[in-house]
Design a protein around this ligand. Structure first.
Ligand code: ZN
Length: 283
C-alpha cells in the first residue's frame, strides 16, 4: 500500500517521467507477465484469477508503446537497443488465445516460458491451482469448463508448435511440473530441466536455449543443472547476484495495470534497466 502511495506521488508529480529520461534512457526492462484472461469473472474469488484481463493487458501495451520500444530477445540481451522485452511464464493457453493477438497488434516480441506437463495433460493447471495456489478453497469444480480453460489450461502441443513458428514469439522452458527447484533432489532437478527442454524442442522443432526458474527461485546447484542441460541463459525475477549473470537475469514482475504503477516501476529509481552483460575483465 505504501508503495502505491509513493507510486502515485511519483506519477502525478511528473518525477517518474523525469527520472525515466535521466535514469532509464539506455537499457532494457525485461517484463514478467503470466496469464491474460478473456475477462474478469466477478463470481470467482480474485485469487482464482490471477493475471490481467485482455482489456488491462492492452492498456499496458498501449502505455508501454508510448514510452518504450518493444525489443526482440536478441536486441534486449545484447544490450544494443533500449526498450522493453515482454516475457510470459507458465505456458497458459490464454497466452496464445488472448495475449498473442495483442502482441501482433502492437508488433511486440515475447518469450513464452512453458511448463511442459500441462501441455501433455491439458487440465494440469487446474490441478496446480487447486492443490497449491489455492489450498483450502475447494469450489473450483464449480467453475464452468470454458472459464476454467480460459484461466488455467495449458497450451496444446499444436499451439506450442504454432508459437515456435510465430515471428514474434520465442518458446523457452519453465520446467516440467513447476516445482521450486531448490527443493528438488538432484535427480528430479535434472529431469525438470532436461525433459522440459527435450519436449519443447520436439514439439517446436527448434533449439530451446533459455529457461526461467519457477517463482524466480534458484541457487548455485540449480544454476549448474540448468547450464549442464545445455541452456544458454536463465531468467530469474530478482537476481541473487551469485556471480553468473547470464543465468540470473533480472525481470520486472508486473502485477498491476495502472499507469501510476507502471510509471513508478519503470522509471529507473527502484530498478535499473538491463544494459547487457558486463564484460568479463579477467581480473
Ligand atoms: Zn511459473
Amino acid at each position: 500500500m505504501l508503495y502505491h502511495h509513493a507510486a502515485r506521488g511519483l506519477h502525478y508529480s511528473g518525477i517518474a517521467a523525469l527520472a525515466r529520461k535521466l535514469l532509464a534512457r539506455k537499457g532494457c526492462f525485461i517484463l514478467n507477465f503470466h496469464g491474460v484472461n478473456r475477462e474478469y469473472y466477478p463470481n470467482l474469488p480474485p485469487l482464482a484469477q490471477t493475471g490481467f484481463t485482455v482489456a488491462e493487458f492492452e492498456a499496458i501495451l498501449s502505455w508501454l508503446q508510448k514510452r518504450f520500444t518493444f525489443l526482440t530477445p536478441e536486441e534486449a540481451l545484447s544490450g544494443q537497443r533500449s526498450g522493453v522485452l515482454l516475457t510470459f511464464d507458465d505456458g497458459k493457453q490464454n497466452n496464445f488465445t488472448n495475449a498473442r493477438p495483442l502482441l501482433e497488434k502492437y508488433n511486440a516480441p515475447a518469450i513464452f516460458f512453458i511448463s511442459t506437463q500441462p501441455v501433455l495433460e491439458p487440465d494440469n493447471w487446474l490441478h496446480f491451482v487447486k492443490t497449491r495456489a489455492l489450498t483450502g478453497w475447494d469450489s473450483l469444480e464449480e467453475i464452468p469448463d470454458d472459464v476454467a480453460a480460459d484461466l488455467y489450461r495449458g497450451l496444446t502441443a499444436e499451439q506450442v508448435r504454432l508459437c515456435a513458428e510465430h515471428p514474434l514469439i520465442t518458446i523457452a522452458a519453465h520446467t516440467v511440473s513447476h516445482p521450486l527447484l531448490t527443493d528438488c533432489d538432484d535427480k528430479s532437478l535434472a529431469v525438470e530441466v532436461n525433459e522440459s527442454k527435450r519436449i519443447l524442442e520436439d514439439l517446436g522443432g527448434k533449439r530451446v536455449d533459455w529457461f526461467a526458474y519457477p517463482n524466480g527461485v534458484y541457487n548455485r546447484r540449480v544454476m549448474e543443472a540448468v547450464r549442464s542441460a545445455g541452456y544458454k541463459k536463465a531468467f530469474a525475477v530478482i537476481s541473487r547476484r551469485l556471480g553468473d549473470e547470464p543465468f540470473e537475469i533480472t525481470r520486472v514482475d508486473i502485477s498491476f495495470p495502472h499507469p501510476y504503477y507502471l510509471d513508478a516501476k519503470l522509471c529507473g529509481l527502484f530498478l535499473k534497466p538491463f544494459t547487457g552483460f558486463a564484460e568479463k575483465s579477467g581480473l
